[in-house]
Design a protein around this ligand. Structure first.
Ligand SMILES: [Zn+2]
Length: 200
């Protein structure tokens, strides 16, 4: 269990050093394996590589670096996946702002894509699942690989996913206004927003 924990790719949270003696042996081995294979230039790890034997505190330090390294690689993989164009030509992170509906295992699921135009989150793409009956929903942030997967599905055909939201919720997926006239209801989006998005 401990050895698995120390080598798993998708580790979350901060490592805490167990007191059990057997676990210490395995953790020492995991730390030493990581140091042997390490080719980077992070000063602390380079210093540890030069030591003949690590103290318990140093093992803990190396293992924390190992976990941080693993998390960084996962994040980079997710970011790279977010830039791969889908069949629409849009990458997942180019999905327009708005609310969307996807059918997942036969269940209708609402999402909101939010890309702040200014402020400190400019350039970021946020994805929330909208849980509960629209408009009395609560937002649940979606992150990591699930976020990339869902954004990919939306980016493949944003118009279809947004108009599906319009049909299901009775609201415009772009601006949130109620769709009142029959033509807008039929299209699943308001006329102004359809023009803004180039879908009219
Ligand atoms: Zn609208």
């Amino acid at each position: 269990m401990v050895a698995e924990y120390a080598t798993a790719e998708n580790i979350t949270g901060k490592f805490s050093y167990p007191e059990h003696a057997n676990a210490c042996v395995q953790l020492r081995e995991a730390a030493e394996r990581f140091l042997t294979a390490y080719t980077g230039n992070f000063e602390y790890l380079v210093k540890m590589q030069a030591l003949a034997k690590l103290s318990e505190g140093q093992i803990k330090g190396v293992l924390n670096c190992m976990l941080a390294d693993s998390r960084r690689r996962s994040a980079q993989a997710a970011k790279a996946a977010a830039e791969v164009p889908t069949k629409s030509g849009l990458t997942p992170s180019q999905t327009p702002n708005g609310r969307y509906a996807l059918v997942e295992d036969g269940v209708m699921v609402f999402y909101r894509v939010n890309k702040p135009k200014d402020g400190k989150w400019q350039g970021y793409t946020f994805l929330d699942q909208l849980v509960g009956a629209y408009p009395d929903y609560r937002r649940v942030p979606i992150k990591g690989q699930e976020k990339t997967y869902t954004l990919t599905r939306i980016a493949e055909n944003p118009q279809e996913a947004m108009t599906r939201f319009g049909h299901e919720s009775g609201s415009c997926g772009k601006c949130g206004a109620a769709l009142s006239d029959p033509e807008s209801l039929a299209r699943g989006i308001g006329p102004v927003c359809a023009t803004t998005l180039g879908w009219s």
